[in-house]
Design a protein around this ligand. Structure first.
Ligand SMILES: [Mn+2]
Length: 252
């Protein structure tokens, strides 16, 4: 397994500065995990996407051209170029997003971590019917309008019947030719993951997220994954960094 570091917070509009430090911090924790919960040895290679601190467009182009299976951000805007290149090669690519927020606000020009999903749809890289959300619990009115007709498993749905929600998510996702899984760490409750840009109460527990991950791994069409929005600068006792390393260890 190759993990690609994407060390940027350029797309966070200054609201999650520090998340560019996440890949290094998370990987140094991951190196300490020898075996995961299933008894699998943790082995991985590391590479990185080229970042130009002063030019977001160039950064996005570099990310788009970076090959890999697992990408470690960085802010959530990196999913824009990563899904764009992913979908270009596939006919019917699906995107499953675990996030407290739908990230489909109105954008200006370049995609940010608040609006990249709307831009992926508007730019023709993502069909609305190929978009699935899990864990949503906070959105604006304009986002609420955008979400009409989109498959949303909101936090309350996941909580009421986790197993059933997971069954339904998997049933939808296995029909895509290839699946991209994007995990924003804020899908977790801030009590578990305080080191991120937007603390959104009422989220998943770490055990619940691991349950989803372990089952989603069985999907043969799952081809690309990203984990984003961890911010070591806002973390408490490296809780969030360690948790992100654990998520990766269970994903590998
Ligand atoms: Mn979020």
């Amino acid at each position: 397994m190759e993990i690609v570091k994407v060390c940027t917070s350029q797309g966070s509009l200054g609201k999650n500065s520090g998340c560019e430090e996440a890949p290094e911090a998370i990987l140094s924790e991951l190196k300490k995990i020898e075996v995961n919960e299933s008894g699998k040895k943790i082995e991985f290679k590391v590479s990185s996407a080229e970042i130009n601190e002063n030019n977001l467009d160039e950064t996005n182009l570099n990310i788009e051209n970076t090959k890999g299976d697992v990408f470690l951000g960085g802010d959530h805007s990196i999913t824009y170029p990563l899904f764009k290149s992913f979908a270009k090669e596939k006919k019917n690519a699906g995107l499953l997003i675990f996030d407290a927020h739908p990230d489909c606000a109105l954008y200006v020009k370049t995609a940010s971590h608040e609006d990249f999903v709307r831009k992926l749809v508007d730019d023709g890289f993502l069909k609305k019917e190929n978009l699935v959300y899990a864990g949503l619990r906070r959105f604006s009115k304009v986002e609420n309008d955008f979400l009409r007709g989109i498959k949303c498993f909101n936090m309350k749905d996941l909580f009421l019947n986790t197993e059933n929600a997971c069954d339904n998510i998997m049933e939808i996702c296995r029909h895509f030719d290839e699946l991209y899984l994007s995990i924003d760490i804020d899908v977790l409750d801030p009590g578990f993951a305080p080191g991120t840009g937007y603390l959104e109460p009422g989220g998943l527990s770490i055990r619940e997220l691991i349950y989803f991950i372990k089952r989603l791994k069985f999907l043969k069409n799952l081809k690309r994954i990203d984990l984003v929005e961890v911010n070591p600068k806002k973390d408490i006792n490296e809780m969030t960094v360690k948790l992100a390393a654990k998520i990766l260890s269970e994903l590998l």
